[in-house]
Design a protein around this ligand. Sequence first.
Ligand SMILES: [Zn+2]
Length: 347
Amino acid sequence: MTFETLDVPPQSVEVLRRSLDRGRLAHAWLLTGARLEPLTGLARALAAALMCQQPPRTGASGLPLDACGQCAACRLVAADEHPDVHWLRPESKMRQIRVEQLRGLMREFQMKSRAGGWKVAVLVGADRMNANAANAFLKTLEEPPPRSVLLLLSTEPDRLLETIRSRCLRLDLGSEEGPVLDEAQRAWLAEFAQAAGAAEDDLMARYRLLERLLAELRNIKEQVREELEAASPLAHHRGGEDVEPELREQWEKELVAAVEGEYRHRRSRFLDALVWWLRDIWLATLDMPEPLWAVPELKEATRRVAARLSPEQARQNLEGFQETLRLLHTNIPEAFNLEVGLLNLHL
Ligand SMILES: [Zn+2]
């Protein structure tokens, strides 16, 4: 089982290989796609490369770029029997990953590698972790042992806890969709990227970026309010004047809740676009070819920012901003949270 023999989109192999080449292999990856087989194949090939005793090629960082597919270690990985590659699959009737299973795996995973090298844990169907298991898993995800890689495979990544998703680098083998953006949002992102890529980067420039972001969020909220007000029963009863006060109050409450819910939904979609762009910057610092970028039309701004950053800084941006998005689901005020998130970006 080697990268060469895999039947997966070549871009996904390329992303892993470049990370190996640069010695910047993330601790945790979320591999997603329509079917589990290609995901397990890719996980196994990466594990084999890390375990292989005679890798055919090594990168600039000294890490292997592929497995030989023939040595004893490679054969053990192919048979899922390598002592440093741990596989976890949903068990029980409910097809769940239970907390006991997970604790067992994590105990093994924290121990020293048997062969003195890397350790890999693969969670097949990671979205099947029940809540207890997910919480137990978070600890390992936050403090992974050195020279270790966690691979989460999922066909339904939306079922994973946001706290888990945001701590993994996602690699999608399905249709690499890219951001879902309408024309206006694309235009907004282009302007934002342009401003962020501009040469001066002082505190004033940063606050101007923040103002752009907050202004667009106000637009989105206003739009949602208008749409939902027009659809509310209040609109057909003269603002509720001709119905019982209780009913009117109920409609008003429902409207407020609906606006908030829809706004949060559209805000996530909108801010996801920024995450895609930060991901492009990271890929650019790794010299990934442009077709892998999610928003190639921003390539000039992407390159400008990437040229100023190390891959490590670009990765911190991505992780930091994902954390900011996670905090939007807590009771931290939105504007404050975004301010911190934006000021902490390396640009
Ligand atoms: Zn080998």
